[in-house]
Write a protein that binds this ligand. Sequence first.
Ligand SMILES: [Fe+2]
Length: 345
Amino acid sequence: MIFRQLFDAVSGTYTYLLASRRGGEALIIDPVLEKVDRYIQLVNELELKLVKAVDSHLHADHITGLGALRDRTQCVTVMGERSKVDVVSMRLAEGDKLTIEGMALDVLYTPGHTDDSYCFTMADRVFTGDTLLIRGTGRTDFQNGDPRAQFDSIFNKLLRLPDETMIFPAHDYKGETVSTIGEERAFNPRLQVKSVDEYVALMNSLDLPNPKMMDVAVPANMRVGLAQEEIARRGWAIKADEAVTLIGRPDVVLIDLREPRERAKHGVIPGSLHAPYPDLAVNVRSGGMLNELARATGKRIVFYCAFGERSAMAVQAAQEAGLASARHIQGGMDAWTKAGGPLVL
Ligand SMILES: [Fe+2]
């Protein structure tokens, strides 16, 4: 496994780069905007392909690198389903898996620091975001933070992991890099409480100043969505209510770019084909499956995904590959469902 812990000294943020092998797919957790050049350089040096960029929660102390990484690498942006961010490519819930080639992380919903905080676990380690820090816990006094919920997330979810599980948090301000569940249970001063009420009282007594970047970072991080309007201006978008009329048309083929788990969970458009986003580049280039399909049948390819981001990037790639009739459903399955479009589950 390739594992890198990267540090942004300005915000005290840890960012994690993961891959199962050199030359394979990579995942980045909690990237910082100012460090995006460095991440891309490292990804290239290790001959990796960045396929997913994930935020553990909506950050208040730095601007996320999610949008910039997506724009520069066409990776999929991922957050939890509870996040109020405008658009990400994929949303996860507790029990879902965060997957790349050769790796699958389990998703835990761990509200408390914020109401959109998630942790990601592997066999030997857990990425705890700002839920559980080394000898500390994430503050609970803004962004719908809730010390009672945090107590539950820590004691009833994280501390149930095996003692030897390594903890990799999203922040540290003292130079600590890694701990374990057992070590934190024993030595984290915030966890030496006898009841949830004692924990709530402790957290409510902290009286911390707001993060310096908060007024800039929170609004910026709420708007990481890809500018789908630009795709629409070029005439490559179809609104969901219009797209509903395309079902069953012989001159149109609807292409679902989502992962099998998303399809199983949220349903698919009747009659659509599955061509997952990670294979897009291969599929749209000359000789590729979708390129051949479009040329041989004259059918118009209409891409869709969860929220319209992957499909917006796909329509752009298809246009660049010469498929001038390619379109996408603006807003994805989210918009489709809201428009009353039929689903097959
Ligand atoms: Fe945070």
